[in-house]
Design a protein around this ligand. Structure first.
Ligand SMILES: NC(=O)c1ccc[n+]([C@@H]2O[C@H](COP(=O)([O-])OP(=O)(O)OC[C@H]3O[C@@H](n4cnc5c(N)ncnc54)[C@H](OP(=O)(O)O)[C@@H]3O)[C@@H](O)[C@H]2O)c1
Length: 255
């Protein structure tokens, strides 16, 4: 049975992606760090849908945990066909007062740990290949500066470069590497009041919108697609400046 691992999948977006991949027939590893209860309930939901899966715990900031995590996958399924790097910390703050520790943690979790996990997991991909999907954010391809969430932007821009580089390096093994970039989701931690007005398609995104794109890129229908970024944003990134403008006016509502 083909296997998929979705990092940070106890809740929110990761949960939706894990459930969607399980529906596609993958044995799905639900990874969590501090949410065992939510992870269990995601596994129950997955089984209710007729899927198969298992829980897997680990701190992706720890190289030892990454090794242990991959060893668990090896022991349980002996293979990995789809890896979704979903964990992404978002800790905004004014750049000049930003803590160097938060800066380093953001880069470690959103970028370096993805590289480490991919490298560790590569031997588990079968000779027929597989799919790696990194989660970005809509607009990631517009290299820009910001004084608000700089570390996050740097980490995700770096992840896009890693995506395109690995797509080249792993093409001969038919391991496709792509990025899926959500726009403003209805569950976003930072929902500007007028967010919906900036989305050409007229609504906020859902977990299901993003999970659908991941399932597409993971599967056979995307067999000739590698090294791309797919914005799932209703066209939101076409008007990225609006978020900055609204925040400056103090209209952003943090939840
Ligand atoms: N939601 C949005 O509006 C939005 C928009 C654009 C992009 N994105 C991207 O989509 C992805 C998911 O977003 P989200 O808002 O659903 O994520 P989230 O709720 O902030 O985090 C997902 C999970 O990451 C896990 N995690 C955090 N630190 C970890 C660590 N050191 N080791 C292992 N796991 C760790 C947590 O697991 P535990 O709970 O088990 O500790 C958490 O449940 C991220 O990459 C984010 O950048 C989201």
């Amino acid at each position: 049975m083909k296997a998929a691992l979705v990092t940070g999948s106890a809740r929110r977006l990761g949960r939706g992606i894990a459930l969607r991949l399980a529906q596609e027939g993958y044995f799905t590893f639900i990874h969590y760090r501090t949410s065992p209860g939510e992870a269990k309930s995601t596994l129950q939901a997955l089984k209710k849908l007729g899927g198969k899966g298992a829980l897997i715990q680990g701190d992706l900031g720890s190289p030892a945990d990454i090794k242990r995590l991959v060893a668990t996958v090896r022991k349980k399924t002996g293979r990995l066909d789809v890896l979704v790097n979903n964990v992404g910390v978002y800790k905004p703050g004014p750049l000049l007062k930003y803590s160097p520790e938060d800066f380093e943690t953001t880069l470690r979790l959103n970028l370096s740990s993805c590289f480490r996990l991919i490298q560790e997991a590569l031997p588990l991909f079968p000779a027929s290949g597989g799919s790696i999907i990194n989660i970005g954010y809509a607009g990631v391809e517009n290299i820009t500066g910001t004084t608000h969430n700089t570390a996050y932007l740097i980490s995700k821009s770096g992840l896009l470069i890693l995506t395109k580089s690995l797509a080249q390096a792993l093409g001969s093994r038919h391991i496709r590497v792509n990025m899926v970039s959500p726009g403003i989701l209805s569950n976003s931690v930072e929902l500007p009041e007028s967010a919906k007005d900036w989305v050409p398609l007229g609504r906020l995104g859902t977990v299901e919108d993003v999970a659908e794109a991941v399932a597409f890129l993971a599967g056979k229908k995307a067999d000739y697609i590698t090294g791309v970024n797919l914005d799932i944003s209703g066209g939101y990134h076409l008007n990225l400046r609006s978020l900055e403008t609204d925040r400056k006016k103090g209209k952003s509502r943090r939840r």
